[in-house]
Ligand binder design. Structure first.
Ligand SMILES: NC(=O)c1ccc[n+]([C@@H]2O[C@H](COP(=O)([O-])OP(=O)(O)OC[C@H]3O[C@@H](n4cnc5c(N)ncnc54)[C@H](OP(=O)(O)O)[C@@H]3O)[C@@H](O)[C@H]2O)c1
Length: 283
């Protein structure tokens, strides 16, 4: 029996992992922030000593991109420094770590999908902390998969689809930014591909984003058309909605190492979005 810990189990991805593993009859130990704060070295030491996990799936993160500009130290601890703690302990206990990073490690100046060979140059604090986390975990634990993902959606209230549906239910006109392009990525797809990836034992850096690319406006249009929303959707510019943190203009991630290794591509963002909307309708 494999011993698997899921950190950040209360988040979108953590919930998807817990659900999938439980549905496969695979025992795991899902820990929410209240049960395991990954910035607490003492708690981490106890976990490794008492449970001796073979796998630690780290879904915990400080994800509030704008708030991170104010809570700089907090974001740095969760997204960066905690990965040093986890990395050192994982190396000591020969634990395989699966960790997730972001398309926001890139500055967005490219016009074609970012490759893992492209130099990250984050333009906000969140991106800088996530980049540090990648380096810390890869440096300290050899048995690590770092998977960069983009525009994640799944079971939760913080994702773009959830917010859009809320806005659309209250407004007849919606303005959505059309000058930020990346690709939406479904938690279920991330879980499926991660489970295939860890069978390969090809540790290292990966990127995973729904096939194709879209602006926030394109994504919103797809969703609202699918739902037959009768309001007016208007393309807007990022500067119409000033935010504390800058966002990359373009951050589509190439799926190349995964495609080559696994022999298949992730679903398109349209396929995944449709699946998610069908799931929502069932609720
Ligand atoms: N969401 C996106 O659009 C997006 C885009 C690119 C990359 N990613 C990356 O993908 C991964 C999964 O993201 P997600 O969308 O599932 O995130 P999420 O829904 O925001 O979940 C993150 C979870 O981490 C928990 N957490 C925060 N600080 C913690 C700490 N100190 N110790 C333990 N847990 C802590 C949060 O708990 P509380 O809610 O109680 O604070 C939350 O349950 C993350 O690495 C994220 O950076 C996400």
């Amino acid at each position: 029996m494999k011993k698997i810990v899921i950190a950040g189990a209360g988040g979108q991805l953590g919930k998807a992992f817990t659900k999938k593993l439980q549905s496969l009859g695979i025992e795991c130990l899902p820990l929410t922030r209240k049960e395991l704060d990954i910035t607490d070295l003492h708690l981490l030491k106890e976990l490794f000593l008492n449970f001796r996990p073979q796998y630690l799936i780290n879904c915990a993160a400080y994800n509030e991109v704008d708030k991170a500009e104010e809570e700089k130290e907090k974001a740095l601890l969760v997204n960066g420094i905690a990965l040093r703690y986890i990395g050192n302990l994982a190396a000591q206990y020969q634990t395989t770590v699966i960790h997730y990073s972001t398309d926001y490690v890139f500055n967005g100046e490219k016009e074609e999908p970012y490759l893992i060979s492209d130099q990250p140059k984050p333009i906000n604090h969140y991106g800088r902390t996530k980049l540090l986390g990648e380096k810390e975990i890869l440096t300290h634990n050899p048995k690590t998969y770092v998977i960069r993902v983009s525009w994640v959606f799944g079971d939760g209230e913080q994702n773009f689809i959830y917010k859009l549906l809320n806005w659309a239910s209250k407004n007849e006109k919606l303005k959505i930014v059309a000058d930020q392009v990346s690709s939406p990525t479904y938690t279920e797809e991330i879980v499926k591909i991660t489970l295939d990836l860890i069978k390969t034992e090809q540790y290292g850096l990966y990127q995973l984003s729904g096939e194709g690319q879209a602006s926030r406006y394109d994504w919103a249009k797809f969703i609202l058309d699918y739902l037959n929303w009768q309001g007016e959707l208007i393309p807007a510019a990022s500067h119409d909605f000033p935010t504390k943190a800058k966002r990359p203009r373009y951050s589509k991630l190439s799926n190349l190492p995964l495609k080559n290794l696994l022999g298949y591509l992730p679903e398109t963002w349209q396929e995944s979005t449709e699946k998610y909307l069908k799931e929502l309708k069932k609720i």
